[in-house]
Design a protein around this ligand. Structure first.
Ligand code: DAH
Length: 343
């Protein structure tokens, strides 16, 4: 093929290449080591010196003109491709976004964390314990010996004679006492699940949550307990809340009290929630029984302590106006999503 026709053919191919990739193929065809221009160069050696000179100059001119044409075409095609890509990847900022559905903390977790926060702020530590518990820590160390009628008050899921599902977080209390005796001060808050052989209804569940508080130190008094419970009641139900202590009985505290909070719904005037008394019973408490301190390794002549235990569901039901304890355990989305606004 003549130099001229190669040039014409190549320039046409360069002109009509529709992409950078297609242009590169054309370049291979003409300018690579095995391309048309190289083949022309190879024929040089067959020519006599005179002809070789002028033919060589023509092939070189061809090569340069093709390289220039490739350069120009490449710049043009790259600009076109860039413009196309920019158009394709353009973001439409006016399109509506995808809504992310976020969950919420479980109301029992909210109440537990809120109570923990109050006590962490007062220098307490959060302590947990096993749900499958020894009779020893659940009953024995809480001053409730075998065959004592008090055990009937807390119908127990026994695993065998030694092991059971703990019936109260007082089991964490007795473990915490043993673990830190004889050191003071001991200030712990103990949240956890507890289990009782109850028939489930609107106010009973065979599994529920409690939070236990425990302080041991020199000169710890009933006045300290009262102030602490007042702080808890105000933080959970509002600054205007008052508390009242009524005498009660628990094996592991002496004296023992039942604690009422002035009704946060009617402010104490009397309503359906407080059964028209103005007061709502929220927890049990008392001074840690000297015997409980002693068997854990403390000297009750030198130190004293107070403790309290409350039901998390009960607090949550009162705080959020929930009328059935079973709502906490059915995982119904409409119920749970209500708590978003309390986060
Ligand atoms: N353990 C008791 C219960 O489950 C609650 C309780 C009462 C805990 C008085 C205490 C306390 O620490 O001092 O009914």
């Amino acid at each position: 093929m003549s130099i001229e026709s190669i040039q014409q053919e190549a320039l046409l191919a360069i002109e009509t290449a529709s992409s950078v990739a297609a242009l590169n193929e054309v370049r291979q065809q003409y300018l690579s080591k095995k391309g048309s221009v190289a083949s022309l160069m190879n024929t040089l050696k067959e020519l006599d010196p005179e002809e070789r000179k002028s033919f060589g100059a023509q092939v070189n001119a061809l090569k340069q003109s093709l390289e220039a044409a490739f350069e120009t075409a490449q710049t043009r095609l790259e600009a076109i491709e860039l413009a196309l890509n920019l158009k394709k990847e353009a973001l439409d900022m006016t399109l509506p976004g995808t809504t992310m559905v976020s969950g919420t903390l479980h109301p029992l977790t909210m109440v537990t964390q809120a109570i923990e926060d109050i006590f962490l702020g007062m220098g307490y530590h959060v302590v947990e314990g096993p749900e499958v518990e020894l009779d020893l820590y659940n009953f024995e160390r809480a001053n409730i010996p075998a065959n004592h009628p008090a055990r009937d008050m807390q119908d127990t899921f026994y695993i065998d004679v030694e092991w059971l599902l703990r019936t109260h977080t007082t089991a964490i209390q007795t473990r915490a006492l043993e673990a830190s005796a004889p050191h003071v001060p001991l200030k712990v808050i103990c949240p956890g699940k507890v289990y009782r052989k109850d028939d489930d209804d609107a106010t009973h569940s065979h599994q529920f949550m409690q939070i236990e508080g425990l302080v041991v130190g020199e000169g710890v008094s009933m006045a300290n307990l009262k102030h602490t419970l007042e702080t808890l009641a105000k933080a959970m139900f509002g600054e205007e809340r008052k508390i009242r202590l009524r005498p009660s009985y628990f094996q592991f505290t002496e004296p023992s009290v039942e604690v009422d909070v002035s009704c946060h719904i009617c402010g104490g005037k009397g309503c359906g929630i407080c059964k028209h008394t103005g007061w709502i019973e929220v927890l049990g408490a008392g001074m840690v029984h000297p015997h409980v301190l002693k068997i854990a390794g403390y000297d009750p002549d030198k130190v004293s302590g107070f403790a309290f235990g409350c039901g998390v569901e009960r607090i949550a039901m009162l705080k959020y106006g929930v009328d059935d304890i079973r709502h906490f355990y059915t995982n119904a989305k409409p119920f749970l999503s209500v708590f978003k606004r309390f986060e």
